[in-house]
Ligand binder design. Structure first.
Ligand SMILES: [Zn+2]
Length: 283
């Protein structure tokens, strides 16, 4: 599932390609949006919040998409139309899983397998994410978002929820999925099933997730090495831990049927013992 880093990158790619340009063709292949015509509209901008994407138009409407499990947006050059023929999408834009096509004179943006799509008044578009916690990749996260995220973390953790599950909770912190849950817990040597309330420094944990995701965004934008090859825990079950050589393990986190995989090193991220908790309780 795409996480906040991918969404950030997608938003900036679409923003650079489409903003300020008029749509010469557009198609939304989604039941509730089927009759909506965006042709002639100028794209104002695209931005991401957590795992949500917002593309705003000059008529006060916003296209809201969520990539869910396997959605993506891609760009391809728009074919030079024959005289008298409207520019239209080609190539991948004709696939069975295409849900949205936005075409300007230069670029065609294609939304594949998006898990959610709607067109809403721009003035209301932020109400769609009002329930979410602060975006972990927001520019001002450290100053504006972190205190609120910590308060939301505390409210969820005091119900006895495991730290891995708290990190995945988008109402606490928006943008983290199973990859950065696993990677940040590995970096901080925290067992994913540790009760959230027992984690000594959740602020550092959140900042670790943010830094790892920022690195991923920068690597993608700079055309650097793929962040996927850099993973320490996620997707590496059975492979040796890069710190201690113990095989990486995987277990379920969260309540069925919504459990998700949590990859971890059983040695570096050992379950806290009773004495650990006793010591922590006295401090
Ligand atoms: Zn290890």
């Amino acid at each position: 599932m795409p996480e906040g880093d991918i969404l950030r990158r997608t938003a900036s790619t679409l923003d650079r390609a489409l903003s300020g340009h008029q749509l010469v063709a557009a198609e939304l292949r989604w039941p509730s949006a089927a009759g909506i015509d965006l042709v002639g509209r100028t794209v104002v901008g695209t931005h991401a919040y957590g795992k949500h994407l917002f593309t705003r138009f000059d008529d006060g409407r916003t296209l809201h998409t969520h990539l869910r499990m396997e959605g993506s947006w891609s760009l391809e050059p728009t074919r030079e139309p024959a005289p008298g023929v409207r520019a239209g999408p080609r190539g991948r834009a004709r696939g069975a899983f295409v849900r949205a096509v936005l075409t300007t004179a230069d670029w065609t943006a294609v939304g594949h397998r998006v898990g959610m799509l709607d067109v809403v008044p721009t003035r209301d578009d932020q109400s769609l994410i009002a329930h979410l916690g602060p975006d972990v990749l927001a520019d001002d996260f450290e100053i504006a978002g972190l205190p609120e995220a910590l308060e939301r973390y505390r409210r969820v953790a005091e119900r006895g929820v495991a730290v891995g599950e708290v990190l995945l909770d988008q109402t606490v912190l928006a943008g983290i999925g199973t990859i950065y849950m696993a990677e940040s817990l590995y970096a901080r040597r925290i067992w994913p099933w540790t009760p959230g309330a027992d984690v000594a420094d959740p602020a550092s944990l959140m900042m670790t997730a943010r830094v790892l995701m920022q690195r991923s965004v920068q690597a993608q934008e700079g055309g650097g090495p793929s962040p996927w090859t850099d993973r320490q825990a996620h997707g590496r079950s059975g492979e040796p831990c890069r710190r201690c050589a113990t095989p990486i393990a995987v277990g379920d986190i969260g309540q069925p049927p919504r459990q998700r995989p949590a990859f971890y090193c059983p040695t570096c991220q050992a379950a806290p013992t009773r004495s650990d908790r006793g010591v922590r309780g006295k401090t």
